[in-house]
Design a protein around this ligand. Structure first.
Ligand SMILES: *[C@@H]1O[C@H](CO)[C@@H](O)[C@H](O)[C@H]1NC(C)=O
Ligand SMILES: *[C@@H]1O[C@H](CO)[C@@H](O)[C@H](O)[C@H]1NC(C)=O
Ligand SMILES: *[C@@H]1O[C@H](CO)[C@@H](O)[C@H](O)[C@H]1NC(C)=O
Ligand SMILES: *[C@@H]1O[C@H](CO)[C@@H](O)[C@H](O)[C@H]1NC(C)=O
Ligand SMILES: *[C@@H]1O[C@H](CO)[C@@H](O)[C@H](O)[C@H]1NC(C)=O
Length: 393
């Protein structure tokens, strides 16, 4: 390319970005109703298994090792699609996502959930990008999966997880720029960025949510052995101060009754405490906020540093080890949706009003033809609940 055509190419890119941002800004998204005395939202995470096709065993087990031995550079996406654990889970995981989506729909029909707050891992194993395959996955694993009953009109407020960023910037672009135009229920702000903010507004209360991409904070994702290292994560890791400042400024400028940090990874966990998230959590502590996260494939309530951490990572494939088989590692673990054999599918609802937030953990009775993976006597009642009454500052 000559320098002139290169320049006009760049100018065109900038123009496209501006036009797109403007288009997304003016396009009508579906949003939660305004002015309710009590608004119920579902918090949901780690769900997007449907339609993922792993590479064939011959490739993963025989060809891949030879390619590595020959010194070929293997794309992260290809490595990730040979993940032996995920290949083992895919059949069950797909069935469990479907069963759990109908369970969430049932609970939400009773509870009148009017929006869903996502904590990421929207598409296993390597996310979606702007290719025909990406479009088909988006249609199958989300648009079609969550389309009946309450899902028909409820907006989702979205967030990225580690599986969403394996394809780098093109994966991020699909979820932040393409998906909101594809389906108005998919909210990801208007700037095409992986971090954004929104308010839910009630009759006499407001809740400010700040979404960040926690993938940008983990030093382990920067290692050259990680499938998550790519130009996107390298750049946003180097620039993580931007997301820290965004959270600090948004919370500082907000006079909301309640303030939430919505992200994928857990600062408090029963598997891995992601301490790299401390700069974000410090801001939440200062503002008396609440943390919503996923990543660990189970449901849990942690309370630490005078702060509530709500884990909702159980809408796909639950994993008992992620909730330490139901055994609390310390007094910070108030509830764990797991037992020595399995973890439960499910999600969390929050009934938000001026006086309190009622947080309920819905745990699915996981019956199948030969038994019950997680027996719950009456699963349309919450298995655990607590209330938040201290307002944000
Ligand atoms: C559900 O909640 C919304 C928001 O509070 C309210 O506008 C709507 O009337 C409720 N619907 C039912 C059936 O209760
Ligand atoms: C898949 O689910 C079946 C029960 O339907 C269970 O017996 C089996 O162990 C599960 N497989 C995996 C890999 O979790
Ligand atoms: C990864 O990093 C290590 C340590 O910095 C280095 O020794 C190694 O050669 C690198 N490997 C690749 C594949 O870049
Ligand atoms: C996470 O931190 C808590 C509190 O400091 C600690 O009790 C727990 O053992 C940690 N969890 C893990 C998996 O290291
Ligand atoms: C939370 O409390 C622990 C123990 O007191 C402390 O080490 C840690 O730095 C605190 N975390 C944050 C984000 O302030």
């Amino acid at each position: 390319m000559t320098s002139w055509s290169r320049l006009s190419f760049l100018a065109l890119l900038v123009l496209q970005e501006t036009v797109l941002a403007e288009y997304v800004r003016t396009k009508k998204s579906t949003i939660a109703p305004v002015g309710a005395e009590v608004l119920t939202v579902g918090v949901i995470g780690d769900y997007g298994w449907t339609g993922w096709t792993p590479s064939p065993p011959h490739f993963c087990l025989e060809v891949l090792p030879e390619l590595k031995a020959a010194g070929l550079v293997i794309p992260n996406e290809v490595l990730n699609d040979c993940d032996p654990g995920d290949i083992l889970y895919i059949t069950n995981a797909t069935a469990l996502q479907l069963d759990t989506s109908s369970y969430v729909g049932q609970v939400c029909a009773v509870k009148n959930c009017t929006a869903f707050v996502s904590v990421g891992d929207n598409f296993y194993d390597s996310g979606v990008d702007f290719t025909t395959g990406g479009i088909q996955r988006f249609q199958e694993a989300w648009v079609g999966m969550y389309s009946q009953g309450v899902f028909e009109s409820a907006p989702w407020y979205q967030c990225l997880g580690n599986h969403d960023i394996v394809k780098g910037q093109s994966g991020v672009d699909f979820q932040t720029k393409v998906a909101p135009i594809y389906d108005p229920r998919w909210n990801f702000g208007t700037q095409g960025l992986p971090y954004w903010t929104y308010d839910l507004t009630g009759k006499d209360w407001t809740a400010t949510f700040v979404v960040v991409d926690s993938d940008c904070f983990l030093s382990s994702y920067q290692l050259n052995t990680s499938v998550y290292v790519n130009p996107y994560t390298q750049a946003c890791y180097a620039d993580r101060q931007t997301q820290i400042d965004f959270l600090a400024n948004t919370f500082a400028q907000s006079t909301a009754t309640w303030k939430f940090l919505q992200l994928h990874h857990g600062y408090m966990s029963s598997a891995t405490n992601e301490t790299d998230l401390a700069p974000l959590v410090e801001i939440v502590i200062q503002h008396n906020g609440v943390v919503l996260n996923g990543h660990d494939h189970c449901l849990a309530h942690y309370y630490s540093n005078n702060t509530n951490f709500i884990l909702s990572g159980a809408a796909g494939y639950p994993q008992a080890g992620d909730c330490n088989y139901g055994i609390p590692l310390g007094p910070y673990a108030k509830f764990l949706g797991a037992n020595p054999i399995s973890a439960a599918n499910g999600f969390v609802t929050m009934d938000i009003s001026k006086q309190y937030i009622n947080v309920e953990y819905y745990v699915r009775d996981m019956q199948f033809e030969d038994g019950d993976l997680y027996p719950v006597p009456y699963d349309l009642n919450p298995s655990y609940s607590f209330q938040i009454t201290e307002h944000a500052t």
